[in-house]
Design a protein around this ligand. Structure first.
Ligand code: GTP
Ligand code: MG
Length: 137
């Protein structure tokens, strides 16, 4: 598809970066087709990141992702999944390229400012996790 799903994570929301990150996203050619400020419960975060359940950082990740408000969004652009992962940069901000969202706004491997779907299939699953069909314009 030509869509991907993103979250502005609790660290970036708390640090006041919502506006700047949304500006970077739209300036890079992504159209916002769904958008909301929301918060994950512990159960929501566990379910969203279930694929990482066996990883050593799962508990920390679930605690962090449910710790405060996030911005959830669906984005549209040709080649959306891959182009968005280029825009956000490497998982570890120390390895993120100059000019990427994580290079600018992430503070650590765990608190890394933004999420981006890693496949078309997961973009669809994650979008439907957060947004009803009537909210997906
Ligand atoms: P997402 O877009 O958030 O899915 O990040 P990613 O695809 O770049 O990384 P991955 O899916 O491998 O990991 C998911 C999230 O788990 C990362 O974004 C980090 O927030 C967190 N994470 C990954 N590795 C570590 C780690 O070693 N320590 C901690 N604390 N968190 C980690
Ligand atoms: Mg991932």
């Amino acid at each position: 598809t030509n869509r991907t799903f993103t979250m502005i994570k609790p660290d970036a929301v708390a640090n006041g970066h919502i506006g700047n990150i949304l500006a970077m996203i739209t300036n890079a050619g992504f159209k916002i087709v769904s958008l909301k400020l929301t918060q994950l419960t512990v159960a929501d975060a566990k379910a969203f990141y279930a694929v990482h359940a066996e990883r050593p950082f799962y508990g920390e990740l679930v605690k962090f992702m449910s710790s405060g408000p996030i911005v959830a969004a669906i984005l549209e652009k040709e080649n959306a999944v891959a182009d968005f992962r280029t825009l956000i940069g490497a998982t570890n901000p120390a390895e993120a390229a100059e000019g990427t969202i994580r290079k600018l706004y992430a503070t650590s491997m765990g608190e890394n400012a933004v999420h981006g779907s890693d496949s078309d299939e997961n973009a669809m699953i994650e979008s439907n996790f957060h947004f009803a069909g009537r909210e997906q314009f």
